[in-house]
Design a protein around this ligand. Structure first.
Ligand code: GAL
Length: 405
């Protein structure tokens, strides 16, 4: 019997939909806040509540920041039944999750596949299913799973000198927790986002999506300084095709507002993460956020680039000396262009000249300068003077493409 192709497609879709509806989280890169970059080991229940309050009162929640993520150092001891309990900084995890949920936000937690976390606290080795069920029972929506002690205590110990076997052990540990989270989430009806943190080892982008990973770190840790941020942004080249709805490359949490980053550097850092379709997890001191930092983190036009439903990660298109041009394809044929002065000098009499032809555009383009908030016209060869480490970010809704593209 010949089944018309259209009916077949509908039938397949109908059977696939219930499963999809359950598993589809992180259709756009997760947005929220994480405790590590500012509070590190000092974080407490009070800080998490304050962060949730601030996400609402600053307008960050309205701008899309949803997850309030507790990083390392919440963990206490296991009881006689092996159930993990929080330490004295976190008196009641269920009450904390309820508090965050009551604000219309979601909450995230942290562990390691090894016996200890990076900061030396109790982790999930040998208790994966039990921990996943505990997190689900408390009401958690997100787990960051950080390799840490699993390297020495399991991978190296069980497979000394056999690097390939070590990598297989690592993949298996994430697979185990991925399955445990899916089972636990199914029971409660609250899906749990899985964030892999193993610093990009063993081309994690190739295998993480199959294990239910929704995001995966692509590098080692970020730091609040230009060199580290630039280095991480540069290391994303070539990974574009692995990112997409439900599964994202994660160049690490934001340092916007931290350290000694200049305003231009904060702007450029946020622009890069938006161009990269990166998870936007703010990592700053929300109760003491300066207005100019809030303006960066809540720029809705820039966030719309990051959250573009097409989910296509942008790329470094070309460099001209110390100026880099990045492009990102957006839904409906729109395009984002970021021009970044990565050099330490200010351009003077010899500005950078934008080469539209090199990014597939022909003739004058009308767009919006997303940091200035106004219309801009781009022309072939136009001179652009950008201060050191600053950026021009333009969205063009109807780009005039050159025929050769
Ligand atoms: C690191 C991780 C950081 C933070 C820290 C906590 O491995 O990359 O983001 O989670 O551990 O100890």
């Amino acid at each position: 019997m010949r089944v018309p192709l259209v009916s077949l497609a509908f039938a397949l879709l109908a059977t696939a939909l219930p499963a999809l509806a359950q598993t589809q989280v992180a259709l756009t890169p997760p947005m929220g806040w994480n405790s590590w970059n500012y509070f590190a080991g000092k974080v407490s229940d009070k800080d998490i509540r304050a962060a949730a309050d601030q996400l609402v009162s600053t307008g960050m929640k309205d701008a899309g920041y949803v997850y309030v993520n507790i990083d390392d150092t919440w963990e206490g001891e296991r009881d006689a039944n092996g159930v993990i309990h929080p330490n004295s900084k976190f008196p009641d995890m269920k009450a904390l999750a309820d508090y965050v949920h009551a604000k219309g936000l979601k909450i995230g937690i942290y562990s390691s596949p090894g016996p200890k976390t990076c900061a030396g606290y109790e982790a999930s080795y040998g208790h994966e299913e039990q921990d996943a069920e505990t997190y689900a029972a408390w009401g958690f929506d997100y787990l960051k799973y950080d390799l840490c002690s699993y390297i020495d205590d399991v991978m190296v110990k069980q497979a000394p000198h056999d690097h390939a076997a070590q990598m297989r052990l690592m993949v298996a540990s994430y697979d185990k927790m991925g399955k445990a989270l899916q089972a636990a989430g199914k029971k409660t009806g609250r899906p749990i986002v899985l964030s892999l943190c193993q610093y990009g080892w063993d081309a994690v982008w190739e295998w993480a999506p199959e294990l239910g990973g929704n995001l995966w770190r692509t590098t080692g840790d970020i730091e609040p300084n230009w060199d580290r941020i630039y280095s991480i942004a540069s290391q994303q080249s070539g990974l574009e095709s692995y990112s997409g709805p439900g599964h994202w490359n994660d160049p690490d949490m934001l340092e916007v507002g931290n350290g000694k980053l200049s305003l231009a550097e904060n702007r450029t850092h946020f622009t890069w993460w938006a161009m990269l379709a990166a998870p936007l997890l703010a990592g700053n001191d929300l109760p003491n956020m300066k207005p100019e930092i809030k303006a960066i983190l809540t720029n809705k036009d820039v966030i719309a680039i990051d959250q573009d439903p097409l989910g296509k990660q942008g790329q470094h298109a070309y460099s001209d000396g110390e100026v880099e041009v990045w492009t990102r394809e957006l839904q409906g044929g729109a395009m984002a262009i970021a021009v970044v002065n990565v050099g330490s000098d200010r351009y003077a009499t010899h500005p950078f000249h934008l080469n539209l032809a090199r990014i597939g555009l022909a003739g004058e383009q009308t767009g919006k300068d997303l940091w200035a908030g106004e219309e801009i016209k781009l022309t072939q060869g136009m001179p652009l003077e950008l201060p050191s480490h600053d950026v021009l970010l333009v969205r063009i809704d109807k780009p005039a493409l050159s025929h050769s593209m």
